[in-house]
Design a protein around this ligand. Structure first.
Ligand code: NAP
Length: 639
């Protein structure tokens, strides 16, 4: 997969009208204006209407779309005929104008710098502006990173850019984390790819709008390779725990290596980039060990088990299960799906579509379209939906929806379900009874209701009583026999950093200290655990806005700037102040209680066993970006 390729000249015979036919209007005009330097394309009447951004067509009527395409095709034809010579990089003022066209953000807006970074037109706006050899050439300094998935790769990349030595401990034999481990059929990303990718490593080569697991894995492998991360990875090294050594001001990391031996190594800073969704959760259902056939979890797919002609039972209807059920049902003789809580479904017609040829051609000649499309998706998805999840305490029926805006979303989703499910019984089963956004929304292009409506598929909503030798018995006494049992039952998301044993300052044990209530400052730092940083830690998951990669980039930035502070000030350690940590977490908890996912009592992995929202970030994306630009020394005990 190519990253930031140069534009290919447009051949004389290329029909520019066809090239632009499938592009999104604002990204098209901005990318063509950027490539050609013709900013007259940015006509006010063709800019997106901020009030209509969340509508499927973003308020672009067919006439407006036709006008956008006409202008863009003509500009590309002139560009082609003049020899396809890209305009020089835009001035700051022109860049602000281009960004303003797509987003409506003005030159003084707090978002402008964030958007300029996200756009990353010149490749990388977030590279560290320092190197260790400048600030502390004499200091021996290593950062250990646990996990070489999406977060670990970006953290390592940033540190390497700053000339900091890194070592990544990876339990698997490959990079990619979740995209390496999850091999279930139908596995794909459910955030548009131009957005679910590093801001600074854009590719015009995504074959689908929402690419499949193999494509994602290829992307992260490519990135790890290009960024020079691979030589720093110790594959087959599972970290068992780490102990803070005050005298050495280092973490002593204990790991099990590929040959089964234990090994230790000391690092000055330790980063946990193990993710939230990597330890499979098996439900506490009686008789789980009794089943005589093959049984496995979605995240540990057993490819040796042929499903053709078999009776298959799937437990769960979360994001993983709804992806795997359609391909399973295609092969199995009969599929029974056990659903406890139906998910709300976001209609996404292009969810499984290949990128149209026209768009591929456009991106060969206008690769910057990927960046502008990313910006457009970012802006549409960023905070726009967040207000719809905020609880209005005066809203009457809180069990149905949490506010007028939330109810509007509910209406939209309900209309969709009505349109795609003809059978009233199936509709009743699939209609959620809790507010949208209280739980993870899944994407659908019609395949989920179509699969549940198949004659050879049963959607069972009676609770499971037990698992027997030959299948699943529901509480009504019915035994649902099956040959293969698949658990699409999610992950132990709130058990952060388990099963690793982490021992901090003065022998504090992390899991004892947390006592089931994982918290961290900005999701990253924990009192008495100096120089330890978590990525995708407590309360850094997003529900309806943004992409988790955005958070990882912010965290990587904070880590690299923390290392700079340690080096610059000749510090041995930074330990977040307890009062700062506590006040921050109180604010997080208060805000989460006022969101749909905090107020509703529906089952969700967003909450831990005590019912506290331990996963989600309730504030704006802008705030996360602002707060992760650099550490505030006043937040830390510095030694
Ligand atoms: P999940 O959302 O936690 O879903 C688990 C499913 O198992 C739910 O339907 C749950 O029912 C059911 N379940 C759990 N225990 C049960 C029990 N005792 N009896 C009956 N049913 C039970 O897990 P997931 O689907 O693996 O998804 C986890 C997260 O991974 C997603 O939310 C998403 O963030 C990420 N993911 C992302 C993608 C992607 O495309 N990028 C794909 C897959 C997953 P309840 O709803 O009643 O709890």
């Amino acid at each position: 997969m190519r990253l930031h390729p140069r534009p290919e000249p447009i051949p004389a015979e290329r029909d520019t009208a066809a090239m632009v036919a499938d592009a999104s209007p604002p990204a098209l005009l901005a990318s063509v204006a950027h490539l050609t330097g013709d900013l007259t394309l940015l006509r006010d009447d063709l800019a997106p209407d901020p009030a209509r951004m969340l509508e499927p067509d973003a308020g672009y009527t067919p006439e407006l779309v036709a006008e956008v395409q006409r202008l863009a095709a003509a500009a590309l034809a002139r560009f082609r005929d003049a020899g396809s010579v890209p305009a020089p990089p835009p001035s700051q003022a022109d860049l602000a104008r281009l960004i303003g066209f797509v987003t409506g953000v003005g030159r003084d807006d707090a978002y402008l710098l964030l958007l300029t970074e996200e756009l990353a037109l010149d490749g990388d706006r977030r590279a560290p502006a320092w190197t260790k050899s400048d600030v502390a050439p004499e200091r021996d300094f290593t950062v250990g990173i646990i996990g070489a998935g999406m977060s670990g790769i970006v953290a390592a990349h940033r540190l390497l850019q700053a000339g900091v030595r890194v070592v990544l401990f990876e339990k698997n034999d490959e990079v990619g984390g979740t995209w390496w481990e999850n091999t279930y059929p139908g596995c794909r990303v459910d955030v548009p790819n131009h957005f679910y990718s590093y801001s600074f490593a854009q590719s015009p080569d995504w074959p689908q709008f929402f690419s499949t697991r193999d494509v994602l894995l290829d992307y992260f492998r490519t990135c790890a390779d290009r960024f020079g991360v691979l030589p720093h990875v110790r594959f087959g090294s599972e970290v068992l725990g780490a102990v803070w050594d005050e005298e050495r001001a280092a973490w002593v990391v204990r790991m099990r290596t590929r040959d089964g031996c234990e090994d230790t190594t000391a690092v000055e800073v330790l980063v946990s980039a193990t993710g939230q969704l990597n330890r499979p959760h098996f439900p506490d259902i009686c008789g789980r060990d009794r089943f005589s056939g093959p049984a496995f979890h979605s995240a540990a797919w057993d490819h040796s088990v042929a499903l053709d002609g078999k009776r298959v039972a799937v437990i769960g209807t979360g994001a993983s299960a709804v992806q795997l059920i359609p391909p399973v049902a295609e092969r199995a003789a009969h599929t029974t799906v056990f659903q406890r809580t139906p998910p709300w479904m976001l209609p996404t017609p292009n969810y499984m579509d290949e990128l149209p040829e026209n768009l591929r051609v456009l991106m060969r000649h206008v690769p910057g379209y990927a960046n502008w499309d990313r910006l457009w998706i970012f802006w549409r998805m960023h905070e726009g939906l967040l207000p719809m999840a905020v609880v209005d305490p005066d809203w009457p029926d809180q069990a149905r929806s949490v506010s007028a805006g939330n109810d509007l979303i509910r209406e939209m989703f309900t209309l969709y379900l009505q349109a795609v499910v003809a059978d009233p019984e199936l509709y009743r089963k699939m209609l959620p009874t809790y507010p949208p956004m209280a739980k993870r929304i899944v994407l659908d292009n019609g395949i989920v209701p179509a699969t549940f409506g198949r004659d050879d598929v049963d959607l069972e909503t009676t609770s499971i009583a037990e698992i027997t030798e030959s299948g699943v018995r529901t509480v009504d006494g019915v035994e649902h026999e099956c040959d293969v049992l698949i658990y699409g039952t999610g992950f132990q998301a709130s058990k952060f950093l388990t099963p690793m044993q982490m021992t901090g300052r003065d022998g504090v044990d992390l899991h004892e200290w947390w006592d089931g209530e994982a918290r961290a400052y900005l999701g990253m730092t924990i009192p008495s655990f100096p120089n330890l940083f978590l990525m995708y830690g407590p309360n850094t998951n997003i529900v309806i806005n943004g992409s988790i990669i955005y958070f990882s980039e912010g965290e990587a930035n904070y880590i690299v700037e923390s290392v700079r502070m340690l080096c610059d000030r000749r510090l041995a350690s930074m330990d977040v102040r307890r009062d700062v940590h506590d006040a921050y977490n109180e604010r997080v908890d208060d805000a989460n209680r006022a969101m749909a996912w905090g107020a509703s009592s529906v089952n969700t992995w967003y909450k831990n066993a005590s019912g506290r929202v331990s996963q989600n970030w309730p504030f704006s994306l802008l705030e996360f970006w602002q707060r992760t630009r650099r550490p505030d020394p006043a937040d830390y005990l510095l030694k």
